[in-house]
Design a binder for this molecule. Sequence first.
Ligand code: THG
Length: 367
Amino acid sequence: MAHISFSRRLRRTPFTAGVEAAGVKAFTVYNRMLLPTVFESPEADYRHLKQHVQVWDVSCERQVELRGPDAGRLMQMLTPRDLRGKLPGQCFYVPIVDETGGMLNDPVAVKLSEDQYWISIADSDLLLWVKGIANGYRLDVLVDEPDVSPLAVQGPKADELLSRVFGDRVRDIRFFKFDMFEFGGRDLAIARSGYSKQGGFEIYVDGTEIGMPLWNRLFEAGADLNVRAGCPNLIERIESGLLSYGNDMTDDNTPHECGLGRFCDTQTAIGCIGRDALLRVAKEGPVQQIRPLAIGGDPVGPCDRPWSLVAGGNRVGQVTSAAWSPDFKTNVSIGMVRITHWDPGTELTVETPYGPRTAVVQDGFWN
Ligand code: THG
């Protein structure tokens, strides 16, 4: 396989030096930034994540900052989730939709104050859409990308590691809440969140200068916890049903097709730009939806292009993420399946590069 060439367009992060020193084996590109994908091997990284604690350079989850009197109004224009009643100190997973109800991104929004939000984005150029809206509607709000880089600490020993560095107060942070902690003379938001179901935190590291000092401090403090550099793990995130924008869904999909209806309050989300479109499609309901599927046979994956799902000679969907699960001893996968074939237990054929396999719709994700 050929390599990817590095240049200024492919941005390094405040932690890239540490990631390289830790022996990273592969990167992907996400928001034009480096995102590690493998350290030892996907299976070894997975096993370690479920048993110990890892530090993840997820700087590529860039922030779109909204700051000013119209920040709250702008935030509500972007999403069908009803944000009234949300308080500073809270994070929320928010589908972002365009005027057709198509998904533009599925970020975590961080409410810092009534007039300041960070939108911690998945892989799409959301900044351009948000700047366009702010300017087109002449809103009184500044929109930009601050020098803020999330560093995730994930795994069952995450509380122990972070309490050693930031004090026992980190243990009191509840799921999808954040509090402020001092490091190197800076106030950092630390949230209990992250792209795994093994538990843990995300530190929103403000400024490049404190990046490597914080990275090194975490590894010193966690030596006896077997702390390692890690990254979002393909196997674990499929088992957990964590969606990957651009892989499992695109702007052709509504939040309801993505199974994100529980994060939509389309009736009451007044001001949401995609509201009318979503109300129209909500009447009928989605005709295809994300499903977990177990794929039979030997290990398959990763999935670098959609694999067709077929039944009775007809295409009824596609698989977009797949990996062998050592814990569940089956191939775990995420697919988009037509309504006629989406019930749990339905047996389909998936056309993989390794040949046709059976794919059985599951009644839930694995973790
Ligand atoms: N953390 C932060 N930013 C991010 C991600 C992250 N930006 C990119 C990407 N990940 C966005 N996608 C997701 C997908 C799922 C979740 C978070 C971000 C997630 N979902 C939980 C679930 O589905 O069970 C919880 C959702 C909830 O209950 O609110 O955590 O990981 N900063």
